[in-house]
Design a protein around this ligand. Sequence first.
Ligand code: AMP
Length: 517
Amino acid sequence: MHLAHLLHRSALRYPGRPLWLGADVNINYGDGVRRINKISNALLGMGRQRDRVVIVSTNRFEAFEAYLAALNAGMTATPLSPKLHASELSLMIADSGARFVIFSPEYIEAISSVRGQLPTVEQWVCMEDAPGFVAYRNLLEGSTDSRPDLLIEPDDVAWLFYTSGTTGKPKGVMETHRNLLAMIQHLRLGVFTDADETDVVMHFAPIAHATASVGLAHLSVGAAQCFPLTSNFNPEKALEAIERFGVSAAFLAPTMVQMLLQCPSVANYNVKSLKNVLCAGGPMYVEVLRKAIQVFGPVFCQNYGQSEAPALVGVHKSEYDPHDPAKSSRLGSVGREYPGVMLRLVDSEGREVGRNVPGEITVRSDVVMPGYWNRPEATAEALKDGWLHTGDVGYLDDEGYLFLTDRVKDLIISGGSNIYPREVEEVLLQHEAINEACVIGVPDQTWGESVKAVVVLKAGADAPTADALIEFCRSRLASYKKPKSVDFVEALPKNAYGKVLKRELKLAYWQDAVRQN
Ligand code: AMP
C-alpha cells in the first residue's frame, strides 16, 4: 500500500494517455513511468530508501516527476515553496537532513549561497545543465527503466511537508503513504466523484502545496497533468491555458479565484471544459463564491484540511447552489466530513460542544499525520489522546455542515464577548468598493481588544470613509462585532502560499501599543 502503486496502476491501464502536458511537453503514462523509474533507480544508486529528496522548483512537470520518482524509490519527497528566501530554504533543508536537492535553474544563486552550510546534502541536481551541479538529465541516462524492487511500508514518510509558518524553527509534517492514500480516497469520494482518464488537471501553483493533492487524486485515474505557467500566477495567462489545453480540474486558492474574476477579459475565454475546481487553504468568502459560480458555472468544490491532515471535510459542487434557498446558506460552509473522518468540536476544557456552538475542531482519521519530524514536543501538543487539535474554530449546523469561524488564536475577545473575524470579513466583502478584508483584534485599554478592519480597495473604486464602512457593518451585524477602526492598505501581507498573515499584521499593532506604553 503505497503511492507509487497508483502511478504503475494507471500506466498499465492508460499507457497511451498523456501524463504531462505543457507548451513543449507531451509525455504519455507509458513513457512517463519509464522516466520516473530511471530517476528512482539513479537516486537509489546514490542513496538509500527513506532518504529525503528536497525539490525547489518553479511550476514545471519535472518537479512533480522528481516528487513521484522519490516516492517510487521509497524515499521522502520534500518539496519546498519556491517563494522562500534562501535562508528559509537552508533551515528547512538542514532540518530535513536531505541527501538530495533537486532544483530548477532560477534557484542556482540561492542554492549556491547556502550549499556550503548543508553537509548532509550529497547531490545537488539542477533541472538544466549548470556548472558545478549534477544535471537532471544524467538521472535519466544510464539507469534502467524497470520498477525498483522495494518494499515500501504504508507508514513510511512519503512527503515531508514544511508548514507555512513564518517564525521560529521550521516544522516538517510527516505525511505517510497511508495518510496520502486516505487523502486521495477522501477527495475521490467527496469531491472528484466524476474524475477519469479524460481529465486535464492544471497546476496553477507549484507542487509544494495543495495542487499536488489534486494531482495525486487524478493520477489515480490516469488523468493528464498540465504545467502551463512556470512562475507567478497570471490570471490572463491562466484563462488562456484553460482554453488551450481544455483544462477540467484545478486547485485554486481563494485569492486566485478573486484574481480570475477581476480579470477584465474573463468573458473572452472559453472555460467550458472546467469540471472541478477545488478551493482550499483559506476562507472562500460567500460573495466571491457566488460570483465565481455565476461566471464559471457550478464547478466549485471545497476542501478543508491542513498540512497535518490534508483532507477532512469537503463540499461537492452539487451541494453549492446559489439559486436554491436551501443550499445557498451552505455557500459559507466547507462541507461535511469525508467518510473515514471523525470530527469532534470541543470547548477550552476539551468538552464536546453542541450543534451550532463554536468549538475547536479536533479530528481522528487515517489522514492525520503521525507527528512532526524530530519535534516530539510539538507533536504532543497537536496530538492528544489520538485526536489532532487543528487550532481552527468552527461550528456544525443541524445537517452536519461545518462552518469555519477562525483560528483559535485569531478569535477576538472584546469586553468579554467572542468575535469571529471571518463573520465581519464576510460582511465587509459585500461592500462594492472592497477587494480584500482582514479583521483582527488590536489592544484597547477599556475592552482588552477591539475590532479593527484592514482593507484593500478595488482598483478605481470610490473610497468609502472609515465611518461609512463601520456603519455598513453595524447595519448588518450585532453592534459589538462592528469594527471600531478601519485602516486602508495597498496590500495585505501574505505568505509563500498566498495566505494572509494575520498574526504578522496583528503583531505590528501590538508592538506599537507596547512602544507607546
Ligand atoms: P496549511 O497547513 O498551510 O495547509 O494551512 C491549513 C489552515 O488553512 C487550516 O488550519 C485552516 O485554518 C485554513 N484552511 C484550510 N482550508 C480552508 C478552507 N477551505 N476554508 C478556510 N480556511 C481553510
